[in-house]
Design a protein around this ligand. Structure first.
Ligand code: ZN
Length: 280
């Protein structure tokens, strides 16, 4: 069983604001990467038995993905795709939207991203969201890592902020996306100490030196069991992520540097993340 815990569905032409498009260009990311059809999405996630799919809502940096559209997609592809909703803390009706996504659209989790949404992770509005999610057993996935979006302090993406959130909401299931890069050591120490906090390793393998060091550190801390598999489609596909993970030791081939245990890598690829999150 392969579960891709991190995939995006967006329509670049209608759901990306001008600033977001400029930020992509400035960081050398082709718009074509983020311009794809549902057909492309299905192909890019073909190797997954199940995939969590979401958009992002963050008016601050130009993300305007429709929850209705993502929910509609998962309804048409029943079984395989699992809908996480995104809600925007800058929306004055954010709690109504959260309830709507949960009670009417049937989302199974919530996608957040303070660095896209322009709000500190400890802000009272996020605390209301965390409270609702904890009460209703909705896991949250939050983008704790650097990004190409501008205009929001990088500090908002510092994973250490979520350690306090985990202390305040001990029953809330939290996924820290992208192993919190560049703060991978901090992220690993959080998932090790907090029972209900996990991290996904999506969109990392293509920086091979950083990825090798991340996986080796996870093995040394003994917390590979808290790492979830994900691709971050369209940044990569499920298939290329699996191959990238299996090739983690390529960068140190022919050297005396230690190897990442491939059993840990296989366990991550085949982890039943949905069961861990209480979704299925
Ligand atoms: Zn992502």
């Amino acid at each position: 069983m392969i579960i891709d815990i991190h995939t995006h569905l967006v329509d670049l032409d209608t759901e990306f604001g001008p600033q977001l498009k400029q930020d992509l260009t400035r960081c050398g990311i082709s718009h074509d990467t983020w311009r794809f059809t549902e057909e492309d999405y299905l192909k890019g996630t073909l190797e997954a038995d199940k995939a969590v799919v979401f958009g992002i809502k963050g008016q601050k940096t130009g993300w305007h993905v429709s929850n209705e559209r993502v929910a509609g997609f998962t309804a048409r592809h029943g079984g395989k795709y699992i809908f996480f909703a995104s809600v925007d803390p800058l929306d004055p009706k954010v709690m109504d939207d959260l309830k709507h996504c949960h009670q009417d659209l049937g989302c199974k989790g919530i996608k957040l991203g303070p660095i896209y949404q322009g709000v500190h992770p400890h802000h009272p509005v996020y605390y209301k969201i965390y409270e609702y999610c904890q009460e209703n057993s909705l896991p949250i996935m939050t983008h704790m890592a650097t990004t190409f979006s501008s205009g929001v302090p990088l500090e908002y993406a510092w994973p250490v902020h979520m350690d306090k959130v985990a202390c305040d909401f001990p029953n809330l299931k939290i996924i820290l996306s992208h192993l919190g890069h560049p703060w991978i050591g901090e992220t690993l120490s959080i998932i090790r100490k907090q029972e209900n906090v996990y991290a996904d390793l999506s969109a990392l393998y293509y920086r091979p030196w950083q990825f090798y060091n991340a996986m080796l550190l996870a093995a040394e801390y003994g917390c590979g069991n808290k790492i979830l598999f994900g691709s971050d489609f369209p940044a990569t596909t499920t298939q290329s992520s699996i191959i990238g993970l299996k090739n983690v030791n390529k960068v140190v081939e022919g050297t005396n540097l230690p190897k990442v245990p491939l059993t840990m890598i296989e366990d991550i690829i085949h982890r039943n993340s949905l069961a861990l999150l209480g979704i299925e």
